[in-house]
Design a protein around this ligand. Structure first.
Ligand code: SF4
Ligand code: SF4
Length: 296
């Protein structure tokens, strides 16, 4: 089990498949704790996210470590796991009268100034963030799903974001994003272990991965629960998988006529599988390989 599972799961479930980790009122059981979480979110919006564009701010390892200690973190997941997560999230959003949406990627906004809609958020944090952004609580509209207020809000949001997102739409989007070379991360934004978003990103933009890569703060982007393996009998050494890997884990030797995955570098994103026309790549559980079972 990874570090987050050890701390935040039960019954041997992976933390992001544990239903209780989707429920805001389980993580913050009292009204006081809920209000505190909301105020923390408002302060993150006003004091932190803006400052992400200030280089000195994101270059402070102490500051970033402090944020990780406060519950910012993520883990690489496969496309199949994304759908498992969204199924659990859908159940939780029904219970909480919340929703699943696609919003823009904050990392891309601060790095290149573009609004790319490739982040899926769900649950109470997304609902609260809309309340903060729109000055009212969509839940009020959601209790009468299809009611006038909700329709109005949804129309506003549809200018940029998909609200609410269905599972079928999500699956199609995941495939599109993978074709563009985006990996998937499940994350908690300061409320670990609350599972609240799937970001679809890449090396150039993903600030969570960059915090790990640049400063060694691995909590921001744990390796996934799987590791890729090549079947040498099926592999033709075509090399197509090599450029899919943004973690430098695959090497194709034309001299040796072999392609290998360095399992110590593999993050388990699964993108290399998509490139293989020979079905030579599979994903195996990280914990089943002695060399990787403690590498997160
Ligand atoms: S080897 Fe494949 S699964 Fe592993 S990190 Fe690279 S692309 Fe992702
Ligand atoms: S894409 Fe498939 S066949 Fe080609 S080198 Fe990679 S594993 Fe081998």
């Amino acid at each position: 089990m990874c570090d987050i599972c050890t701390k935040h799961s039960n019954r041997d479930k992976i933390w992001y498949l544990n239903y209780e980790n989707y429920l805001f009122d389980k993580i913050f059981p009292t009204p006081e704790e809920q209000e505190k979480a909301k105020q923390a979110m408002i302060s993150t919006f006003s004091d932190t996210e803006w400052r992400y564009s200030e280089p000195e701010f994101v270059r402070s390892p102490e500051f970033l470590q402090d944020r990780a200690n406060k519950g910012f973190g993520s883990q690489i997941i496969t496309r199949e796991e994304c759908m498992d997560i969204l199924r659990v999230a859908e159940e939780a959003t029904k219970r909480e009268d919340s929703m699943i949406v696609v919003g823009h990627c904050p990392c891309r906004l601060v790095i290149d100034g573009v609004r790319d809609y490739c982040c899926i958020g769900f649950g109470m944090p997304v609902t609260m963030s809309m309340e903060i952004a729109y000055g009212r609580l969509p839940r009020e509209g959601l209790t009468e799903f299809g009611g006038a207020e909700w329709r109005e809000l949804r129309n506003d949001l549809r200018k940029g974001a998909k609200v609410p997102l269905t599972l079928t739409e999500a699956e199609e989007l995941m495939k599109e994003w993978e074709k563009k070379g985006l990996w998937h991360l499940v994350m908690s934004r300061g409320r670990m272990p609350l599972v609240e978003a799937i970001c679809n990103c890449e090396r150039r933009y993903c600030t969570y991965y960059r915090h790990r890569d640049h400063y060694g703060i691995k909590e921001y982007c744990l390796k996934g629960h799987y590791v890729a393996r090549i079947d040498p009998l099926a592999c033709t050494n075509c090399g197509a998988c090599v450029e899919q890997c943004q973690f430098g884990a695959i090497h194709s030797s034309q001299i040796a006529g072999k392609t290998n995955i360095d399992i110590l570098k593999c993050f388990g994103c699964g993108l290399c599988r998509n490139a293989c026309a020979y079905d030579a790549i599979s994903l195996v559980p990280r914990v089943e390989i002695p060399a990787t079972r403690n590498l997160w």
